[in-house]
Design a protein around this ligand. Structure first.
Ligand SMILES: Nc1nc2c(ncn2[C@@H]2O[C@H](COP(=O)(O)OP(=O)(O)OP(=O)(O)O)[C@@H](O)[C@H]2O)c(=O)[nH]1
Ligand SMILES: [Mg+2]
Length: 296
């Protein structure tokens, strides 16, 4: 039996969350076409007869512009500590910066095995993929480089097998049926944020935070969820609500469908839009939204 932890890191939008969902086989981490979708570490557990890997999805590495961004970067740094391997997800359509190369080089020389996946091979030309390969090959000590499409599931089995090889011999660390460390309460909040990222434009979605105020199961199994959708400005509030409340309704309806799928029951969802200016720089708000104290 092999078992261990793998931190999934990379630039925003590279496909980290898409990949962890594919490994786990369930949607445990939200995905959007916008960068900086993931804001917190999320563990996803993959168990088979002869291995168990706990993957840790992390926020995309960027230069933070507010406390939330600083929190996100701290949580990436901490996620890398003590893991058995790092999986670096690279979007083959993006330039590879010297900073990234340096960071990977340092991780390897610190003694953590690093696997790179050159992702989005379904939409990027082969020459670009080959070019990326050459660059990664120059980094000494990488355990392996695998071209993947997290979206289509191309080569993700090969990638998983490469990671299993790096896991130490040991017992399972989690129960067989455990898929994630995150609560249903957290996941439903994320579903609302995912839809806000999908249905809102420009700078508005990045300033959205979700606080689940009520998460309650009735005797007959129906679940009531009430959420505050927090935005940064009055003008944003109007945009989130939309003409005749249409945008808010779209966000909530779409989130509710996902919640019902997750919880396998009927959900009554209410959402209230609130304004808290500069909340992303307000530690008190960040704490009420559930961000881990240790990383703040
Ligand atoms: N074409 C293509 N798109 C992909 C692939 N993997 C992910 N995507 C898309 O890329 C976008 C970002 O995916 P995410 O999984 O949210 O990326 P992430 O690295 O978790 O992003 P952050 O959480 O912002 O750091 C989404 O629109 C995905 O559908 C892939 O292999 N091919
Ligand atoms: Mg993500």
């Amino acid at each position: 039996m092999r078992s261990g932890f793998v931190a999934i890191i990379g630039r925003p939008n590279a496909g980290k969350s898409t990949l962890i969902n594919r490994f786990v086989g369930e949607k445990i981490s939200i995905v959007s076409k916008r960068p900086q979708t993931t804001r917190d570490k999320i563990t996803g557990v993959v168990t088979s007869e002869d291995y168990q890997i706990a993957f840790v999805d992390t926020p995309g590495i960027h230069s933070p512009r507010n406390s939330l961004g600083g929190y996100m970067m701290k949580s990436v740094r901490r996620a890398k500590e003590g893991v058995d391997a790092v999986l670096y997800v690279y979007d083959a359509g993006r330039p590879l910066s010297d900073n990234d190369i340096e960071m990977l080089q340092k991780t390897v020389s610190d003694g953590t095995p690093v696997v790179v996946c050159v992702n989005k091979t379904d939409e990027v030309q082969d020459e670009r993929v080959a070019e990326a390969f050459m660059k990664f090959k120059e980094i000494e000590g990488l355990s392996s480089i695998v071209p993947t499409s997290a979206l289509k599931g191309r080569n993700t089995d090969i990638l998983l097998a490469e990671l299993v090889k790096l896991m130490p011999e040991g017992e399972k660390l989690f129960p067989d049926d455990m898929l994630t460390d995150r609560t249903e309460r957290f996941l439903v909040g994320e579903m609302i944020r995912e839809k806000a990222l999908r249905f809102l434009n420009e700078e508005v979605p990045h300033g959205i935070g979700v606080e689940i105020k009520v998460f309650r199961e009735r005797e007959d199994g129906i679940v009531d969820v009430e959420a505050d959708i927090i935005c940064e400005r009055e003008s944003h509030k109007g945009i989130v609500i939309g003409k005749k409340g249409e945008t808010l309704k779209r966000i909530l309806t779409s989130a509710r469908i996902d919640m019902e799928e997750l919880l396998q029951t009927k959900v009554f969802l209410k959402g209230f839009v609130k304004v808290r200016s500069e909340w992303r720089d307000d530690e008190k708000v960040l704490r009420t939204l559930g961000y881990d104290k240790k990383d703040l």
